[in-house]
Design a protein around this ligand. Sequence first.
Ligand SMILES: [Zn+2]
Ligand SMILES: [Zn+2]
Length: 210
Amino acid sequence: MSQQPTDAADSSSCNCKVGRIGGRYDLTDLDDELVRYWTDETDDRYSTRALATHVNQRVLEAALDDAGLQYKDGEIENLHRLLTDDDVSSGTRVQTRKELERDDVPVEDVVSDFVSHQTVYNHLTDCLEAELSSPSDEERLERSRDKLGALRNRTSAVTEDTIAQLERNDVLEIGEFDVLVTVSVNCKECKQQYTVRDLLEQGGCDCATQ
Ligand SMILES: [Zn+2]
Ligand SMILES: [Zn+2]
């Protein structure tokens, strides 16, 4: 007789994507791990991006276990990279998927069960009500990067729409076009100019960090 998991031992009772895959893949202690790694007060604390990678590697590991596959140390991490990293060529990715499929891993489902850092963040804060006392510098930079990236994408999309609309109304003539949005920051002290991306990357202006 199987019991419905209504008892207190079932800690991931939320119905968000992280909760659902935790149940489906039987990822024990996942919630504890996520909260512990995220709120760690030392330099070892994970960003939500690193946590999403951790969740997805556990999903992949569970899927390989289910398929009865043996794997070596570091192989899960490498497979995860081959399946998700933008730097991996599409040929290599397809090849990796084929090999996993041949080994009876339902790779399509597994990849669609991968979660984003935003999903992990929502799970931590909404479902588990975890809180960071103060975000790490890395977390702050990551959030700022995301925020500014979204703003750039939006600026680009609105610009493209506006130009296309003017063209449709015969107010403006243009062939195929691309919109590039570059935001730059000028240091008034030394007149150096940075793209906002470089400035965040570098952590300050040359004149201030000497
Ligand atoms: Zn959740
Ligand atoms: Zn400067």
